[in-house]
Design a protein around this ligand. Structure first.
Ligand code: UD1
Ligand code: UDP
Length: 382
């Protein structure tokens, strides 16, 4: 039996962790013991608790309740808490997801006291070091012992940064193992797709029917905190929805909700609030989100996860950022990087809306990334 400590904190990490916990429960319960630590980075019911209930994730063994603070303070408090738990639990490895401050805190705490790091979603790069996430993921990759990349692009990025892909035993953080395993979020989307259809009534709740709406999410700090960018994005949403008589469903991240009135120009704020088409709603559960993604005509987002889920469900996506880590989606033509540029957003919408030529080839694995990761952890840490 090996013991792993899993760190979660932000919404997408909680969702990703569901896939690993499910694989352990179904296929490795006699071989892997998982101790779950929630840093408390996200804490509203609809940003955290709702996912545990709905996705069957075991209740965290520890909750550090750190909450929202500046990057430095938040990360420092998390490091302190995680270090203490690692010393108490003495696991064979720590499992870290993605690129949030919770990931960075786990990286620093574990690497200093020589607990091997397993990084899930390794190798992704935006090549934009102004993004806090780019720093977090680089730090995590370069201290990890097992790196699991969801895409071939991720593997190539790691190779360019000097990682040896030979995977010669014994692996260590000086000789890490690098594996292409597919996307753990794809595991979840496949698994929960039918369940969402049975359990979620979100479409009838908001009077939505197949393809009569756009789904949009927005939370990146460089969009929310920049009045010009935020205004350009909302102005585009208003123009598209009015021109095409399409609803826009916008489950709004609390970060964006708090700053909307302050950072949108008065004109665009008033139009948004009074729009008959734009519907701002509270963040939804994962099953509700899947239903919204599966039935939308198109997705507009600055989220990493939502970009991919749009692709999983064969929906075109406008990426409201200047780059994407999921470059395959752009390369096959199912997504366009629009930044926060109104003309580019309007023009790209014309290209992708109701475009029947788009292809959604299989890029993100076979839905069994979590089982693969468990197997490799056993091989290397037993
Ligand atoms: C974080 C991650 C980002 C990820 C996103 C997923 C970092 C640096 N960023 O960004 O990579 O894409 O999570 O959603 O780790 N807030 C609430 N309630 C909550 C959580 C947050 O009101 O439950 C508000 C607070 O005002 C907080 C703000 O949202 O200050 C930002 O939260 P934070 O966790 O710092 O960053 P995110 O933007 O959520
Ligand atoms: N998500 C959700 N409810 C919402 C918005 C997003 O369940 O209201 C899910 C979404 O389906 C995806 C994940 O949260 O699985 C993406 O998280 P987010 O956009 O917050 O972060 P990112 O992926 O950009 O790091």
């Amino acid at each position: 039996m090996i013991k792993i400590v899993t760190i979660i904190g932000a919404r997408p990490q909680i969702i990703k962790a569901a896939a690993l916990s499910r694989a352990i429960k179904n296929s490795f319960s006699d071989k892997i013991q998982e101790v779950i630590v929630h840093t408390g980075q996200h804490y509203d019911h609809n940003m955290s608790e709702v996912f545990f209930e709905e996705l069957g994730i075991p209740k965290p063994n520890y909750n550090l309740n750190i909450g929202s603070l500046s990057h430095g303070k938040q990360t420092a408090k998390m490091i302190e808490g995680i270090e203490e738990i690692l010393i108490t639990e003495n696991p064979q490895a720590i499992v870290l997801y993605g690129d949030t401050n919770s990931t960075l805190a786990g990286t620093i705490a574990a690497s200093k006291i020589h607990v091997p790091i397993v990084h899930i979603e390794a190798g992704l790069r935006s090549f934009n070091k102004k993004m806090p996430e780019e720093i977090n993921r680089i730090m995590c990759d370069h201290t990890s012992t097992l790196l699991f990349s969801p895409t071939q692009t991720g593997i190539k990025n790691l190779q360019k940064e000097g990682f040896d892909l030979g995977n010669k035993a014994p692996i260590s953080n000086d000789n890490p193992g690098v594996f292409h395993c597919g996307d753990i979020m794809f595991d979840n989307s496949l698994y929960f797709s039918d369940i969402a259809e049975q359990k979620s009534d979100i479409l009838s709740k908001f009077n939505l029917s197949n393809s009569n709406y756009i789904l949009s999410t927005l939370h990146r700090n460089n969009n929310t905190d920049d009045p010009e960018r935020l205004t350009a994005i909302f102005s585009s949403l208003i123009k598209i929805s009015e021109k095409h008589h399409l609803k826009v469903i916008l489950p709004l991240h609390p970060r964006t909700k708090k700053i909307l009135a302050k950072n949108l120009s008065k004109d665009v704020y008033d139009k948004t609030i009074n729009s008959e088409f734009i519907q701002i709603i509270e963040p939804v559960s994962f099953l509700e989100m899947i239903q919204l993604e599966k039935n939308a005509s198109l997705v507009m987002t600055d989220s990493g996860g939502v970009q991919k889920e749009a692709y999983f469900f064969n929906k075109p996506v406008l990426v409201l950022r200047s780059e994407s880590e999921w470059i395959e989606i752009i390369e096959v033509g199912a997504g366009i990087i629009c930044d926060a540029n109104e003309n580019k957003i309007l023009d790209s919408f014309q290209k992708l809306y109701q475009n029947k030529e788009l292809k959604f080839d299989s890029i993100f694995g076979d839905g069994k990334a979590a089982e693969f990761i468990c197997q490799k952890m056993l091989e290397n840490f037993s």
